[in-house]
Write a protein that binds this ligand. Structure first.
Ligand code: NAP
Length: 483
């Protein structure tokens, strides 16, 4: 099964348009979380390799930045088309290294490719401005120039989309990149490189260096004066470290970090729509998403109906190898991820939570955990303050609007909140009071390449997607002129 699928997936480092071994020859294994089998051995970049990648990116920078926007746009558009042509292959690669069900992987591939199409369209709209200085009458001429070499660091939960969401705008802006993918899932990005080459991305413009020594390798790049941007998606803990490191050389940071999304269901909500939204907000990617609904707050008048209907849907999901037909719930990415879910559920039940479905990891091979619904979750349960990152829905009730807003905001995170109500004026009023970068109002999905994705508080800095996403890779230059 793997041979056919992975036969043509490269496993070395992609630097300056060539496949290279690690300078010390080191490699690491990639595991299929459904079978626990080793599926590939990938070169593990060293600090020297990272330097070589920055050399290659810097060398490619002037020519890439000087390309006409339309030329860059057409290369990005071609990349979109090639990914969609090979969508099924990319989806399967994602499933074997990450575990997610093939339907989730297919959705991710389309979402990932869309960042190239969107930024093909944005590459030609890097607009500046001219105005007159009010006092002196000088002209204020403003343009946005590519910032320089960008280091991109991505997580395992969306091996394709979290990377294309950075590569797309960086390339559109005229920046070359060095990408360090997550060690659990390096294959998807390695498999993408021949596609980018076919699309016409010149050597050195995109470099990919998987590494088991992430800390050292990324730190070395952030201390290289040629690196001007670091765009990171991952945990708040690692993001904070990288912000400290970026401070040394004043590297421009973009940080997409953790979340702890509340999902509010008001008494006037369309409950069936709320259930559909809940299934997406909770179960997209098996709950392994920064946007995953982590805390369900359901008005006491509709709690029983909501809990019953959600339980029925969750219990009906088929669990198994993500490649198999009809499977909607694959394994979690690794043993550590599953242990964390087991621990959080045990903690909640020991504090009085009632299990409506699931709640027990199966015996046998693979890092599986069943779709689980817990109600009567107590306020001190750890899962209310930590990211569950698994298929577990925790439900609490509320009585009033003010109370639920306060509880929803009572988190150090501020990525996304969801709310369901038929009263749109209430929906907007509550949205404004929720301290989150994104709101799903009667929607369980907010991710969209055309929308600014990002959070407040400890969920990060900056935005990805939309016009704003390209600004992370641009520096503003102003020329004061007179004639
Ligand atoms: P992670 O442990 O922070 O790892 C993310 C990336 O950082 C990986 O490539 C990892 O490499 C690398 N890394 C780890 N330690 C590092 C260090 N000291 N210096 C430099 N790089 C380092 O996060 P994860 O477990 O992969 O992903 C889950 C987290 O990502 C969750 O908190 C989730 O909420 C967040 N996330 C946020 C968003 C968003 O847009 N806000 C989207 C998706 C996920 P290795 O794999 O080699 O350790």
């Amino acid at each position: 099964m793997y041979d056919n699928l992975l036969a043509n997936v490269p496993t070395d480092l992609w630097i300056g348009g060539q496949w290279k071994k690690a300078s010390d020859g080191a490699r690491f294994d990639v595991i299929d979380p459904a079978t626990e089998k080793v599926i590939a051995s990938v070169a593990s970049a060293t600090v020297d390799d990272a330097k070589a990648a920055v050399d290659a990116a810097q060398a490619a920078f002037p020519a890439w930045a000087a390309k006409k926007p339309r030329e860059r746009a057409e290369i990005l558009r071609k990349a979109y088309e090639i990914i969609m042509r090979d969508a099924e292959r990319f989806a399967k690669i994602i499933t074997v290294e990450n575990g997610k069900a093939l339907s989730d992987s297919r959705g991710e591939v389309a979402y990932a490719a869309e960042f190239f199409r969107w930024y093909a369209e944005e590459a030609v709209r890097n607009n500046g401005s001219v105005s007159m200085a009010p006092a002196s009458g000088a002209r204020i001429f403003v343009q946005h120039k590519p910032a320089g070499v960008a280091v991109l660091v991505t997580p395992w939960n969306f091996p394709a989309a979290m990377a294309t969401r950075k590569i797309g705008p960086a390339l559109a802006a005229g920046c070359p990149v060095v990408l360090k993918p997550a060690s659990d899932t390096p294959l998807t990005m390695l498999a993408l490189m021949p596609a980018l080459e076919e699309a016409g991305v010149p050597p050195g413009v995109v470099n990919v260096i998987p590494s088991r020594s992430s800390g050292k390798v990324v730190s070395a790049m952030l201390h290289d004066m040629r690196v001007r941007v670091v765009s990171f998606t991952g945990s708040t803990e690692v993001g904070r470290k990288l912000l400290h490191e970026a401070a040394d050389n004043i590297v421009k940071p973009a940080m997409e970090l953790g979340g702890n999304a509340p999902f509010l269901v008001f008494e006037d909500a369309d409950i069936d729509a709320a259930i559909d939204g809940a299934m997406v907000a909770k179960m997209r990617n098996m709950g392994e998403a920064c946007t995953a609904a982590n805390r369900f707050y359901v008005h006491e008048a509709v709690h029983d109906e909501f809990a019953r209907k959600l339980t029925a849907k969750m219990a009906g999901l088929k669990m198994g190898n993500g490649l198999d037909d009809g499977v909607m719930l694959g394994p979690l990415v690794n043993q550590e991820g599953r242990d964390k879910v087991i621990e959080l559920v045990e903690d909640a039940t020991s504090k009085g939570a009632k299990v409506l479905t699931g709640g027990k990891a199966p015996e046998g091979v693979g890092y599986f955990y069943p779709a689980t619904v817990l109600t009567n979750v107590s306020d001190d349960a750890k899962m209310l303050s930590e990211e569950i990152f698994g298929p577990v829905a925790s439900i609490q009730t509320f009585k009033s609007e003010d109370e639920v807003i306060k509880r929803a905001n009572d988190t150090e995170y501020g990525l996304v909140a969801y709310l369901y109500t038929k009263d749109i004026s209430r929906g907007l009023r509550v949205s404004e009071k929720l301290d989150f970068g994104m709101i799903g109002l009667n929607r369980g999905l907010v991710s969209d390449p055309a929308a600014p994705f990002g959070g407040t508080k400890q969920s990060g800095l900056g935005r990805e997607g939309a016009q704003e996403g390209m600004k992370e890779f641009l520096e503003t230059q102003y020329v004061s002129m007179t004639w």
